[in-house]
Design a protein around this ligand. Sequence first.
Ligand code: CNA
Length: 411
Amino acid sequence: MNRSRSSQPPVTRMTRSAGSRHIEPSEKLDCGPGPYGKQRRKQTDSALAQDLSQMRVSGQGGLNTSSPSASAVKSSSRGGLASVARLVKLGRCKNVVVVAGAGISTASGIPDFRTPGTGLYANLERYNIPYPEAIFNIDYFSNDPQPFFSLAKALYPGSHRPNYIHYFIRMLHRNGLLLRVYTQNIDGLEKLCGIPDDKLVEAHGSFATAACHLCYTAYPAEEAKQAIMNDKVPLCTFCAATVKPDVVFFGEDLPQKYFLNTQDFPKADLLIIMGTSLQIEPFASLVNTVRSTVPRLLLNRHAVGPFQKVPLRRADHMELGDLEETVRRFAEMLGWNDDIEELMRSQETLILPTLMSSPLSVSDQTSCQSRGSPDGTETSRAVGQRAAGSGSEETDSETDSKSSASSSQST
Ligand code: CNA
């Protein structure tokens, strides 16, 4: 068992923050408590300066979605999906960047944060926390890790299956169009559906690795998972503080890979934003960093971020409504639907052994997630969620490399 120090992936001082477009300069200058703070400071100055300037752009508040202006925006968006499908079919979009959030996984039975009624923030009684964001607050975790561990038990990869939306993103890759997907999700479903590692930035980390939350000594992810699943607290072998999966908490550094955005976004020729409220910085500001002529397509239940402003950029399009339904329509327009269905079937056979029955899936915990899809496929997904053997981080990555090979063959 290897528990060497500092095998934590390189981190930066760009930190995650919630609910505010404005980031205090003092917060940005904090390198965090990690042992390599100074080194990190040198590496990331230019990226930080760039992101800070961009954040000012996005710092203007948007309109409330229920306001008259918001509905004006909504109605002006009609036909957006067809226009973008036409551009793709004409071969004008060969470097597509996808920005994703919790809304792409609700069809897999994982509640998002903010949807009224079903979102995790509306169902926090069981976690016994004073305010919703506390569940991802590192100081709160340091004092009491149990609320996060209860949620982690339900979010650990292995109990949920990728849905049509994840496979749509993979199809972008298979067709050679995906430059990168930037996801805020920590459920690992992008990996599980076969999107290869080099196409994926998990901006808020994942459960694939774990480390001490104080000294960052690496800890075997599978052991951390076993402890958490058995209601035990994994402890650091170096300083005895609590070990945490490498999910990025508010105030923590984002993974170094996040900074690929400085190359990717200027290169993008289509930006697709899916299932996010664009509330968490610095991630939310990314959508303002594509060139102003680049089409931005928002697929969400309601307008968010810059899409709440009137007028929209000329190249902005949005399609509001249920995401899975919208993505299916988009795929139909592109002529991809049959291929996606086929891809889902073949990948399901590969991933079934990695899924485990989960008595504590988030949807079970909240028991309020809408699970039905128009064609009833959710029923089979739910059955499949119960039908599998034991999963592990190792099998997850094995599946990933297998499917990466198959998806790269297909591009
Ligand atoms: P959020 O703030 O909850 O926003 C989700 C957005 O998706 C909202 O605008 C919803 O209206 C929209 N949405 C949800 N379901 C649908 C649907 N079926 N059709 C159309 N739109 C829909 O979540 P964000 O991702 O913006 O916030 C980022 C947080 C959420 C990240 O830090 C994650 O770690 C965190 N999170 C992740 C998961 C996950 O990994 N699956 C789950 C819950 C929270």
